[in-house]
Design a protein around this ligand. Structure first.
Ligand code: FAD
Length: 524
């Protein structure tokens, strides 16, 4: 009966919107505020675009896509929803680079198209501060950035001032609101923390429709709730991101290992930098698995080295690559060579299997976009992506290698896409935030970034992902899933563990009618 009633209410308000749009009738304004009525888009193509995401696995058509032209519109939408006997669910949508419908709404709900704000901000979505005051941020510089903005645009805007954010994701065509709702991790995380640890202040429209400016000092409950909060507590409309002087170039090094113990020990050595001696530390540390599964992507390496790398992979079946980066300025080339030599000294990679590139800072940060263009040209970007992203505690990473990398992936010889594995320091995360991690000082981010060509392959990868999760469960490896979805209520409770009660209380406080980000499937 509830469902029927809910459908009836939705149909009622949709017809009111349609009527308002057609006639601008003032008498219906008490239901749908007339200033937002024209912002509900029902065009089938728009609805169809909002019914899918990068994962191409979950599909849910919304009743409407809301196209805000201001933060006030977002407040009005949420207030309107709260005023209904059965509120509408509202899913903020950044770039929809989620994998499992996290930026979609449930049936009868509305997708809030954040990118629409771009037009409204009229090119002012990113404002880089005048650093002279030296009041905020490590060196007094920051950018005020709209929640709908892309990280790549933040990079470009700050580089124009010789500045840069510190913490990144591997791919930059993601929105500020989207990554701050998760964590935002990459090879810089061990040193600067995830992106959620690199925010000075936020503007958030809560699920109650209130606009709150928050920080660690001011309205801190909202600040910590929203960071890593999976969109559950509010819509991020502005983030203040600290900036530092930008390097111009990077030394980008690959070290190849045939032994996981040496690989992970060296990775952990590289991330155990001493804060007092920061200049000698690496700026980025990640790891990649190279499986004997042709065609190998060896584009990083010189053509004449590729045959010997191929035979190393054939010989061992699996090769582990440390990806290490040191930033520098044009005028300090000699110094950086010595710094890289110091970092690499004593590491136990396969002798002579060290490769190096020298590229601009921007080219390095935007490296995945180059791959995106290649994949798009082959029609391999807009395909299903049954990804698995997990955090594995350091104490069990060796068991994980034996049971998963060797025991499942190598044995089945199934890895279409990329497998990334790198450690991060937990002390760079703030436990007051909503994001959850394993309870160890160091844990590894492991990403199996599958791309499937058809339904059968989706099933194959999903089965493998399930086997990996089951292996961890059976062997007591306390992993935490990242960017996860499609969970039952009980699984979400387990996911948050000791933080579940806090997460639930925050929902009651900031979104009591459970309106926001229903696609995460946590509270519906
Ligand atoms: P969406 O998918 O649009 O939204 C994600 C969630 O956030 C949804 O629940 C949505 O409702 C909510 N949301 C969106 N905007 C807002 C807002 N303004 N306020 C509140 N809630 C909001 N992640 C990493 O950490 N590191 C990586 O290196 C990395 N690499 C990636 C590479 C690729 C190719 C892809 C496709 C994804 C990658 N991701 C990575 C994952 C990515 O960070 C998340 O999927 C992120 O959510 C994408 O941002 P988005 O703007 O597309 O968010």
């Amino acid at each position: 009966r509830n469902f029927m009633f809910s459908r009836a209410m939705v149909l009622l308000w949709l017809s009111i919107i349609a009527f308002t749009q057609a006639h601008s009738h003032p008498s219906s304004a008490f239901l749908v505020p007339k200033e937002i009525a024209p912002k509900f888009n029902h065009d089938p193509q728009t609805l169809s675009l909002a019914s899918t995401d990068y994962g191409h696995i979950v599909h849910e058509t919304p009743e409407a896509v809301f196209e805000p032209s201001s933060v006030n519109d977002i407040m009005a939408l949420i207030n309107f929803s709260n005023s209904l006997p059965i509120p509408l669910t509202i899913a903020a949508r950044g770039q929809a680079h989620s994998n499992l419908g996290q930026a979609m709404t449930t049936r009868g709900g509305v997708v809030l198209n954040m990118t629409q704000l771009n037009g409204y901000r009229n090119g002012c979505g990113i404002i880089v501060s005048d650093c002279d005051g030296k009041k905020e941020g490590p060196l007094g510089c920051y950018a005020d950035v709209g929640g709908e903005q892309l990280w790549v645009d933040v990079l470009h805007a700050s580089l124009q001032h010789g500045l840069t954010p510190l913490s990144w994701t591997d791919y930059l065509y993601l929105t500020i609101g989207g990554t701050l709702s998760n964590a935002g991790i990459s090879g810089q995380t061990f040193r600067f923390g995830p992106q959620i640890s690199n925010v000075l202040e936020l503007d958030v429209v809560t699920g109650k429709g209130e606009l709150v400016t928050c920080s660690a000092e001011k309205n801190s409950e909202a600040f910590y709730a929203v960071l890593g909060g999976l969109g559950q507590f509010g819509v991020i409309t502005r983030a203040r991101i600290p900036l530092r002087p930008a390097p111009t170039r990077v030394k980008w090094v690959h070290l190849l290992y045939n032994n996981f113990t040496a690989f992970s020990r060296d990775q952990e050595h590289l991330i155990s930098f001493n804060e007092r001696n920061e200049t000698n530390a690496a700026d980025y540390v990640e790891g990649i698995l190279l499986l004997n599964q042709p065609p190998l992507d060896l584009s990083f390496y010189p053509a004449f080295d590729q045959p010997r790398i191929t035979s190393l992979v054939t010989q061992h079946g699996i090769i582990y690559i440390i990806e290490l980066v040191k930033y520098y300025h044009n005028n300090s080339k000699a110094a950086v060579d010595q710094e890289v030599a110091n970092l690499v000294n004593g590491l136990m990679f396969v002798p002579t299997f060290k490769f190096e590139k020298d590229v601009s800072y921007e080219e390095f940060l935007n490296r995945v976009h180059a791959e995106e263009e290649v994949l798009r040209s082959k029609g391999l970007w807009e395909v299903p992506h049954p990804w698995l992203n997990i955090f594995v505690p350091r104490s069990r990473i060796s068991d994980f290698n034996e049971g998963v990398f060797k025991g499942i992936i190598l044995k089945q010889n199934i890895i279409a896409g990329l497998c990334i594995v790198y450690p991060v320091n937990r002390n760079k995360w703030d436990d007051r935030m909503s994001a959850v991690t394993p309870d160890e000082d160091v844990f590894y981010g492991v990403s199996l970034l599958h791309a499937a060509t058809g339904f059968d392959e989706v099933k194959t990868f999903q089965t493998q992902n399930q086997q990996i999760l089951q292996f961890c469960k059976d062997n007591g490896i306390k992993i935490t899933e990242y960017l996860t979805g499609n969970k039952t209520h009980q699984e979400w409770v387990q996911h948050f563990g000791p933080k579940w009660k806090l997460f639930q209380d925050r929902k009651t406080q900031f979104d009591p009618k459970r309106i926001l980000s229903p696609g995460q499937g946590i509270f519906q």
